[in-house]
Design a protein around this ligand. Structure first.
Ligand code: SAM
Length: 275
């Protein structure tokens, strides 16, 4: 199949960035650069592996699961159906961690998934250390592999815990930052999302009836782990800023919301109100 033929198949399957995905799949399976592909764009790239990959993508499986690795910040992450695929939208939250950490700072990444936020923050801040939490062992195993792959495994501890419950007793120390990109989609709209999301773990997406259960529980139960001048940093949905502000206020926190490059609210920063 040529680049054009794969692109047309993807277009017929309703894939938005059909040419981009076709190009990435060919480059991955034939180990060539996009420049080399463009120089030879009419070449027939057929192989059984490529054909199988194209069929999976036409079935709307995310490209990232087919390729198996995906970039986030300056690192590369193994992705599997145990983890949410790292999104470039989340880089703003990771940058906020990197810029907010004090010297030799310590942070906790709740709902760590692939580990992308914590691991990329540590990769940029080699003075920092972290704890990462997720509910699922399979997810934590994937995050551990990513920490090793990106050379930070000696500065991060992975703990299995339920963020909707009190922090486990092993966590006795305080943290400069609590960071989380929790599940934040309202349960009722989960079935209306693009087909690719059906391949990602529902537990990584479902934020309960109003999409806010994780924010409430993290603020109510986990903020006890914050140091005196500590900050909570959340990724939020584009329409959740006011509600997060309300939850923060009720629990004694001031809240600032920062927008992403597209102008959508994306990161909430919570700091304890002055007494
Ligand atoms: C939206 S994903 C975020 C993953 C990653 N931090 C990122 O930004 O790509 C949410 C993560 O929360 C985890 N999770 C879901 N329910 C949880 C719970 N009750 N306690 C701890 N982690 C939970 C899921 O397994 C998933 O890895």
């Amino acid at each position: 199949m040529t680049l054009r033929e794969i692109t047309e198949k993807f277009e017929r399957a309703g894939i938005e960035n059909a040419k981009n995905d076709a190009s990435l799949i060919i480059c991955h399976f034939f180990g060539i650069s996009s420049a080399a592909l463009m120089a030879d764009r009419n070449k027939d790239f057929s192989s059984p592996e490529l054909d199988a990959a194209v069929a999976r993508r036409c079935n709307r499986e995310p490209l990232q699961y087919i390729i198996g690795v995906w970039p986030f910040m300056n690192e590369e992450y193994l992705v599997s159906p145990h983890c949410l695929i790292p999104r470039s939208d989340t880089e703003l939250l990771c940058e906020a961690v990197i810029n907010s950490l004090p010297q030799n700072g310590r942070f906790i990444d709740l709902c760590t998934g692939s580990g992308c936020i914590g691991i990329s923050a540590l990769a940029s801040r080699n003075d920092a250390t972290a704890v990462a939490i997720d509910l699922f062992m399979d997810t934590l195993e994937a995050a551990k592999q990513n920490a090793e792959r990106n050379g930070v495994s000696d500065r991060i501890n992975f703990i299995q815990a339920d963020v909707l419950d009190n922090p486990p007793d092993v966590l006795k120390e305080k943290f400069d930052i609590i960071v989380s990109n929790p599940p934040y989609i309202r349960t009722a709209v989960l079935d209306d999302l693009e087909p690719e999301l059906a391949f990602e773990p529902t537990a990584a997406l479902d934020g309960g009836d109003d999409g806010l259960i994780f924010y409430r529980k993290i603020i109510e139960l986990w903020s006890a782990l914050l140091s005196y001048n500590g900050k909570i940093l959340f990724e939020i949905g584009y329409d959740q800023g006011e509600e997060i502000n309300g939850i923060a206020d009720k629990n004694g926190f001031d809240c600032k919301v920062f927008c992403d490059a597209g102008g959508n609210p994306r990161v909430a920063e919570l700091i304890r109100k002055a007494e």
